[in-house]
Every structure is written in C-alpha cells, then in structure tokens.
Design a protein around this ligand. Sequence first.
Ligand SMILES: Cc1ncc(COP(=O)(O)O)c(C=O)c1O
Length: 395
Amino acid sequence: MDIRVNFSGRSIRYTDEEVQTVVEAMQNAEPLTQGKYMQAFEGKFARFQGVEEGSCFTTVNGCAALEMSAQLCRFAPGDEFVIPSHTFTASCYPYIKKGGRPVWADIDRKTRVVTAESIEKVLTEKTKAVVVVHLYGYVADMPEIVALCRERGILLIEDTAQAIGSTLRGQRAGSFGDMAIFSFHSHKNLTTLGEGGMLYVRDPALRGIVPMLRHNGHCAYEFERPDYWVPAMGNVDMPMLGSDMLYPNNMCLGEIECALGAKMLDRIDSINAEKRERAIRFIDGLAEFPELRFHRESTARHNYHLLVAEMTTGPSQRDRFIRAMYEEKGIKCVVQYIPLNRYDFYKRLGFAKADCPNADAFFDSMVSFPFQHWMSEEDFSYMLEMTREVLSSIR
Ligand SMILES: Cc1ncc(COP(=O)(O)O)c(C=O)c1O
C-alpha cells in the first residue's frame, strides 16, 4: 500500500510573507552571517521569552547550543549531570564530550518528562548540572525543579528543543533555568530552513563569553590602533573562567535563517495553538479506546510538537497496531526515543545502568503519530477514522 499519511520530516509550510522575508534577506543582507538580522532575531527572541536583552544567542542548530552550554558547565573529573534516559541523543552526548558523566532520571508515566522527585532520587555529591527536557512540547514542573537545584547549588539547563512557546503559569519554557537551548530543526514547530538553534544564558558574566565561544574566539583588541590592520584585522582570545580555558567554535547561524526566525516568531503561538487544538480533537475522538493513553493537556503548557500515546495493552499489540496502520491504511506511525542507556553507544561508554522503569515501559509501548502542522484536514480525519478502525480490528 502507498503511504497516504507520512511521518514527515518537515513540520510547517511557509507563508508567502515568510518566503518574501527570506528573499529580501537574500538580496539585502551584508554580511550574510552575523549581521543585523542576527541581532534582530536575538532581541526579538529575548522579548518573546520574557528574558533579559542580550541573553539569547543564535546557533547553527540546537546541538551547537548544547555543546556551548556543556562547555559553560566546566565539568571537573567525576562530575555528574542528571538527564532523562527518555530523550533524543543530542540532549546528552555534548555533556559527555565536555567531561560530564550522565546519571539517568526516570520520567513520569503520564507526562513523559522528569519531575523534581525523579531528579532528587538520583542526585549525589557529584551532581554538577541537571538537564531537563521538555519532551514532546510539554513543560516539566519547573518551579519545583528550580527550587531543588537552587537549594543544592546545581546548574539547571532546559532542553527546550521541542517546546518553543509552551508556557507554565504564563512563563515560557526555556526561561526558568540557568541556561536553555532551542532547536529550529526541520521537524520543529519553528524551523529556520531546516537547521538553527538558540542558546539562552542567564548569568551576565558567562553570557559575555558566548559571542567569542560561538565565533572562533574573535574579539576586538583592547588597545587603540592607529592603523586598523595592525597587528592584525582582529584579535582572537578566550577569557579564562577561573583556571579553565574554553576552546572556541564556529557555530553561527546565517543571516537568512535569522531573518526567517524573527519573522516566524509572529506565528509560533498560533501554530502551537492549532496543533494543540488538533491534538485534543484526536485524543477526544479516541476517548472510547482505553488501549491508547494520551497525555491530554488543553493549556499552553503543551505545544504538541509531537502527538504520542502509550498502548496500554502492551508492546505486541503496539506492534500489531503500527503494522496494520502502515500496511493496511498507509499511515506511518513511528516509535521514538529509546532510553539512551539502551543504545550500544552509551553502553560502550559505561552508561548502561539505569533505574528508569517508567521510561522503559513507556518506550516499549509507545506510538508517535504523524503530526506535521501542514497535514490536510482530510488526511487528519482519515488518520483519526483509521485509528479507530484498526484499534477495533485488533481487539
Ligand atoms: C529534545 C531534543 N534535543 C536536542 C535536539 C537537537 O537539536 P538540533 O537538531 O537542532 O541539533 C533535538 C532535535 O533535533 C531534540 O528533539
């Protein structure tokens, strides 16, 4: 059977105005990187987030923002960071690369994100940082998690890759912690032509380093120069953080992407609201099927970046369901986020040990439905109807 509803790698279609914004930036930007469009995007993003001007930095993707946040953690040998086992691999490995040891926290079975309780359970004397992932677009219990980390003097980083625009008590995801990262990857509710990201840094002292960290250590000479080309066009350096020297990177986002990102901020709240409204329709439309357990959240705390459910009848029924949806109805559901400790990569690194029964049980029975914003109403209705049909047929 041909695929009728694919699990698309592309989340949104651009409006004519957004296309025009890109064309104008292509024609007018000079330079094509690190210019006025970047400054405008970073300023607008900070205002959108309700955080201080100058605290948000565009990056070439979310992973680059994670890499820099990991550098700013300045892990010493033996330092640990707590992270959910149920997340995308890029949430985690940058912190290992920079010297941290992951300690896996379990998720809540209903919300599929970590809680203050599940984090506290695995804190040790060596915990330097906690990475909270607002997975699927749902904001974790941040006030409780912030209080816990403050009390223990632990750095708190929010992986907001999937939760742009989501709010908890009126506050945006990614504005609670010491740092936050965002992704504008092709699959996200806001995408800057396929790649893009943002790093938020609360501490003004750390924040000052980011432009150099992001761009080859470039900085101005501190002395006055009669000739602008002597001793060189510009300096490279990196300030010492205590006794640590950080190595610079080149992780800048181009001007065209920045122009588009700033423009898309005007629409992200309505994209999120439209996805949420559809998610609720889907969930309510399956109310008489207890075989699928969704996380129903009708407030802006969830942006429904992804629409996932747990098959309460277990893994083999889950497999039957996905197979029938694909082979008989042409609808491609997927499974996502095998707990990281179960990958050979993390096992080889010595991080196989985890006590995360909820993450394991959820992953083994989970289904992720196609949920791109641009899915037609006709395809959406078809997917809902076929889900009901397949669930009835496998009972
Ligand atoms: C939870 C999570 N963290 C991090 C990333 C990495 O972002 P990027 O693909 O922009 O590097 C992604 C997505 O791609 C993600 O879903």
